[in-house]
Design a protein around this ligand. Structure first.
Ligand SMILES: [Zn+2]
Length: 190
């Protein structure tokens, strides 16, 4: 799959929008990205996760793990393609923990999967869970790297696409000088 074909999936599913957006940070941007929108479609999820599968298929992997919630769809699909076990960590009192009887054994080889990485916080937390269990983190797979390659997990890592976040203070926003209306994604026009 080419980068262009990949981008088309994001555009067709409205996961990637171009325009004039008010981000939750209060800053303005010409781009809005919501990964869950593309992962609504299992055929897109399968095709996108195949990029992560292809990269890691020859690694020794026992289990795929993801941080809830966004990473679950990605980890589940990558694990399905690898035909390996899948577990997830979820928040309990602000910390990611394993629940539901999920366990990690000593020396287990674990691939971490996430949907979107910006600072990598959740992935770093999952890596700590794996290390604490004396298991091995063999790599990190992610759909989108929003850090433009700046986040380094210290293990082999693969993103299907890098989308840099470009945003502006409202008083310095060049799009405000055009007549493109400012919209808050997920709600009515403001
Ligand atoms: Zn603006």
């Amino acid at each position: 799959m080419t980068n262009q074909e990949l981008l088309q999936m994001f555009y067709k599913s409205n996961a990637l929008l171009e325009g004039h957006f008010l981000l939750t940070s209060g800053r303005h941007s010409n781009q809005y990205f919501q990964c869950a929108k593309v992962l609504q479609y299992p055929n897109y999820t399968e095709a996108i996760c195949k990029i992560i599968f292809e990269y890691f298929k020859d690694f020794k992997i026992d289990t795929v793990i993801s941080p809830a919630i966004g990473g679950i769809v990605v980890g589940q699909e990558v694990a399905r393609q690898l035909n390996k076990k899948f577990i997830f960590a979820e928040r309990e009192d602000k910390n990611l923990v394993l629940r539901r009887g999920f366990e990690i054994s000593e020396n287990e080889n674990i691939l971490v999967c996430e949907d979107v990485v910006t600072t990598g916080g959740s992935v770093f937390e999952v890596i700590e869970i794996v290390k604490h269990a004396k298991a091995n983190v063999v790599g990190v797979g992610m759909i989108v790297d929003r850090s433009n390659g700046k986040v380094n997990f210290g293990v082999p890592q693969k993103s299907t696409i890098q989308l840099e976040v470009i945003s502006y203070q409202p008083d310095e926003c060049p799009i405000c000088k055009t007549d493109i209306p400012l919209v808050k994604p997920g709600s009515r026009k403001i």
